[in-house]
Design a protein around this ligand. Sequence first.
Ligand code: NAD
Length: 508
Amino acid sequence: VAAVATPALVFTGFMGAGKSRALRHAHAAGLDAVDADLLLADELGEPIASFFAARGEAEFRRRESELVLRLLDEGHEAIALGGGAVLSEAVRDALRPHTVVWLKVGVEELWRRARGSHRPLASDEHEFRRLYAEREPLYSGLADAVMLSADAVTEALPSLDRLAASGATRLIWAESESGSYPVWIGEGILPIARAAGPGNPFCVTDTHVGDLYLTELGEMPAITVPAGEPSKTMAQAEKVLAGLSEAGATRSDHVVALGGGVVGDLAGFCAATYQRGLAIVHAPTSLLAQVDSAYGGKTGVDLAGAKNYVGAYHQPTAVVADIGTLGTLPEEELASGFAEVVKTALLAGGGAWERAQRIGTLDPRPLLPLVIECALTKLEIVRSDERDGSRRAVLNLGHTVGHAIESAGGFTRHRHGEAVGLGLLAALRLSEADSLRSDVAGLLDAHGLPTSLDPAIETDAVMAAISRDKKHTSQRGLGFVLLSRPGEPEFGVRIDPDRVRQAVEELR
Ligand SMILES: NC(=O)c1ccc[n+]([C@@H]2O[C@H](COP(=O)([O-])OP(=O)(O)OC[C@H]3O[C@@H](n4cnc5c(N)ncnc54)[C@H](O)[C@@H]3O)[C@@H](O)[C@H]2O)c1
């Protein structure tokens, strides 16, 4: 790959994703920005739609590719490409040294935007969806960064600017109502975390992870809690808060949560409350945390017998997921993280579910695309509903029974992911998705996850914990997430307690 003096920011994505809009933001921020479609229409001497109709797609693509290759060569700082420009292999090759930003917008929303427009390829919905499915892998494969909306470009520019030098394989710009932040995913990128927040860094970690990775993270005060779910308590939170105070953390500094989901939830809760809130950077080191818990800003601790009962929403300032750290993760913990992968793939459906079924051994390195895909699925859901008001509730698939199993076992019998796996089986039974339930059971089993409950856990205790689920409201009772087919979750479904009991009993 030929080196370029300065990599350009190149916006790609399907028609209607907002590439020109993104470019206008880049231009407003002072970058030399060019829109390939506008320049092409100029060169063709007529609107793209009429050229396309008169001369055909092949001739159009030839002219488009010629122009894009020239623009990439000219040293512009930002370029917006037409949606089909990446179909050309020469263009794809020429994009390599540049920072390619994929504007990823769901096909429903894209069709809503494109319908009735004069775009040549937007007259037939079926064809539109087929084209989207065909091109998505191209955008995804080329992307260095993924953005979920064009309007976040101004805020994301400093991170996009640093991307080429960061060593990260992928940057995802996470958005939610209360704040947006960069998610860096790659190998060997842990040290980014120390400077990814304001002021001085203060680490919170656990006994296993601290020993392994504190040195790599770099010199900073560290507060270490015992490893495992029993540390997600108010008592440990108080120790962490006292530790931050003794170490001299101020509101203008940041916490680095170095560890799995337990450290992330505990440190997140402390960061949300210490001096009424200081910044947190998540550096997730377990598969579970890298595919799920580090994103979306939910933090909290357990009360005796009541999972995640105390907590706060507190979005991170950044997430740094270094998949190199998965190399030291014990096999059972990799498996536990896989349960959340299965959940995410069931929610996403389509290709994601097919890929999850094909995953063989959980070797850390090939997990990179999986981590990226799961992070994106979760972040797209959180973007549309940060606080569980509606769509975010689907992320709870398998968790109502799963959390109850954890609580009923005193947080020591089943790991979180193991309990979620069992909860998925119960949820699929309640969804009457019998054949999907056996597929999921087979998949869990193949990855060393239990498909039956620890005999020491009583059904009554699980039922009691379900009735204490924090999603239970006095007005509306407790709603379950059901899934009759991959990709088609339903939330807020009331279910007769006897049927729930049967689904739990069946796990014996
Ligand atoms: N906030 C959220 O949105 C959210 C979502 C899902 C789960 N969670 C929470 O996440 C928690 C489960 O997370 P978890 O499974 O990561 O548990 P965990 O944090 O206890 O980590 C599992 C074990 O692996 C060890 N470990 C972690 N990284 C390691 C590494 N790189 N090398 C060696 N050992 C390593 C830990 O020390 C621990 O012993 C639960 O409390 C669950 O409620 C939160």
